[in-house]
Design a protein around this ligand. Sequence first.
Ligand SMILES: [Zn+2]
Length: 524
Amino acid sequence: MDKTYQALYRVWRPKTFSEMVGQEAVRKTLRSQVKAGRIAHAYLFCGSRGTGKTSAAKIMARAINCLDPRDGDPCGECESCRTILADQSLDVYEMDAASNSRVEEIRDLLEKVDYPPQFGRYKVYIIDEVHMLSNSAFNALLKTLEEPPEYMVFILATTEPQKLLPTILSRCQRFDFGRIGEDEIAGRLREAVDRAGAEADDEALTYIARAAEGGMRDAFSILDMCMGTGERITEASVRTSLGSADRESLMELAGHIAASDAAGALKSVDRVMREGWDVQVFLKDLTALFRQLAAIALCGKDSADKDAERMAALAERFTTRRLMRVMEIMMKAEGDTRWASSARSVLEIAVLSACEKAAGGDLNALVERLAELEKEVETLRREGVALPARDAGDGKAQAAPAAPKQEARRRPLTENEVWKKAMKLLQEKAPMVFGLVNAEVYGGCVGHEYRIRLLPGGAEKKIMEENNTVEIVNNCLWEAGDPEARFEILVEGSRENTEWEKQLEKNEKTLADLVGRDKLIVVD
Ligand SMILES: [Zn+2]
């Protein structure tokens, strides 16, 4: 690599809306605003890292000042475009609130608001990670947002919109930048590889796209790392660069889990660890493998996969219920490794509990064992073993659901009991949603409001929203015996969460006053 080497994501940073990857709706709306000259005073670009927020902000800043815009895109050639591209414009300011969150700096910036643009039509302030601004800096910004001069345009970008005050949100036009699709990312990587005269397998690029989790910048960084060697990029070489296990090891481990062979599974783990794989990455890969297996079990085999036959055979060895349970175990373990002193122990415990066939006498375990038996019977039947004809069934077996209602009438359930019961219902009705909810921390209940807490990042929250989690969990809570229940998702560290903790504490105090602190029993 010579000295002039530029990171791929810089080289490939889009200069027009048309060059951006993904974000169809955002691009279309912004372009039509530029074309119609309907520019808002404040924009809020929300989305996880690497989804193109800052690039879009820069393009917007050029487009609205361009002397010769083309179909809503900046021309890139006029004096205004060239000055802004060279970072020499006095009309476009960019600021990263993560490093400049002090109030003086934002005040400095806001003091200049009163001076009209020197050259262009608009003065544009781009504030990155705006949620990091201190409270007083926020207030200063808010004041300006109340009555901005005609020429002023603010573009605020954030990965955590839930941390912004409603007063800011209400003054901005909000654009949500979704995670970019794997195909789109892989496509752009292919262009970059070809342009650089490098060689890469399609599977390798797909693997990078998947590992980047919807962020174009991360994808380019991984590709950069892989291209450094100068050799052909293969899935195996990408895995090595990322510290992830090869698929062979993952499939071998999954095979041991299918056979409930704990000793074999631990041996696989030991080998993988001795080869120096990262525990968290390994768990992530394992979860991804089981997700693929679940998809195969539900939708049939993926013919684009070179291991399609073997994957299908592997999926065949699990019931859907068990696949969901293993996924849950792995997802939870992935979270647990963040706090555990020994990540490896977390991995081993997870693998051991995945090996265990559903144990215990509770309903879930029985249902899972029943599903296993049904699957075995089905396999035998397919293999031509003569079995007595299937019982047509007279409906007697389905007449049970009257019992829980009687139980509810006898004694009202406590909030914790309602939650536990709702989780059981959820596990049966929507195992995927159950997996999502149970990977997080239950935040307790105050006055019919049941909450879970997410670690910051916002990604899970989005997945939950996409899966109608709130609605589904509410239904389960109602069915579990609390008709006024409301389910909410809190983000750890957010303002709402702090308020919630105060409320919980207050609630606990009231309870303690009622029964005396010593007698306060926490129903688990
Ligand atoms: Zn221009």
